[in-house]
Ligand binder design. Sequence first.
Ligand code: URA
Length: 439
Amino acid sequence: MTEFAFESHDAPTVIRTKRDGGILSDAQIDWVMDGYTRGVVHDAQMSALLMAIFLKGMSTAEITRWTAAMVGSGVRFDFDDLRRDGTPLALVDKHSTGGVGDKITIPLVPVVMACGAAVPQAAGRGLGHTGGTLDKLESIEGFTAEISKAQIRQQLQDIGAAIFAAGDLAPADRKIYALRDVTATTESLPLIASSVMSKKLAEGARSLVLDSKVGRGAFLKTEAESRELARTMVDLGNAYGVPTRALLTDMNRPLGNTVGNAVEVAESLDVLAGGGPADVVELTLALAREMLDVAGVDGVDPAATLADGTAMDCFRALVSAQGGDLARPLPTAAHSETLTATHGGTMGDIDAMAVGLAVWRLGAGRSAPGARVQFGAGVRVHRRPGEPVAPGEALFTLYTDTPERFGGAVAELDGGFSVIAAGEPAPEVGPLIIDRITS
Ligand code: URA
């Protein structure tokens, strides 16, 4: 016999409220989140609600409640009792709103570890045209992000960091995140703010730095939207008693010279070895300084940890604690194709969105929830905006295991860059770090 539980609300009414531009009540939000976590609200209904939120937005009160309901859908970690030499650990984290070539977590976490703070990081997988830290790190043979709370505690205590799949933290976000990825509902301020903050408020960090991306490769394109997103998240963090700051950073062009999974790990290793692209180093150090400051750790120079190899040692310790083997070669794709310059001149602007979509088409991201990503897929950028280009020179190399994907990827890149003829003005490249938002 089927049992029917009494439900205090119904999904069609909640969807209709938002579809028609109304404000969801606290009770509706609590019910829909709980119902979705329990499986009473179905994927199709949540998809419709997400699209209604995407189209109609949410008030600050709705975002706050939606975030609280997502936090409440799972457990909240608490590592406040951990001590090093009798002093509480400076538990601090950062999260980006999503970018192209945004591998910053990979060098940043070890830099911050090497400076004496501790990072409990719940990280995500690729979303839309943007890559995910977990997909990148899992390209290291043996690395696992599925670790227990006990292991996270132990790593924080022993080495000062853990990068893990959110698991029991904000499980509603995990389901909604996967649904957004395949329903074209990623680019929404309330959905990004609540997704980021639900994980960050649940993971046990005592302070937080956010990297709110601005520009073509960001989910929110304009500086005004990105600023509002940053402000919303900073307010949410502070309201929860987690001191939170944000940097607004440029995402008009890809970060660094590689976009994909394993290729971004390789570039991060270059940064940890004291080299790597200047923009990746600059953003890593800016975020590290912000994290150390908000966590109250002073008297240390993050740049020194890249120069003296201590950040690299920390990364090795982190990877090995999570089962990874950096001695094994990183995966490479079975096929590559190089786009060359038809004429000489100067590399013009490169559209991060075009590159992000090309990389996604090459197989580095997903088009169905839970699909496997290709670790070797990606794009290497050979010439950065403003650099000289000779006729026939390599501009981009594309990598994939499935060569039938090259056509779609090249079509995405087409129009996403230009080579400016000699005598024409070089592209203007604005600052990488646009602004800083504090409480
Ligand atoms: N990162 C997240 O965790 N969620 C988003 O929606 C975007 C970036």
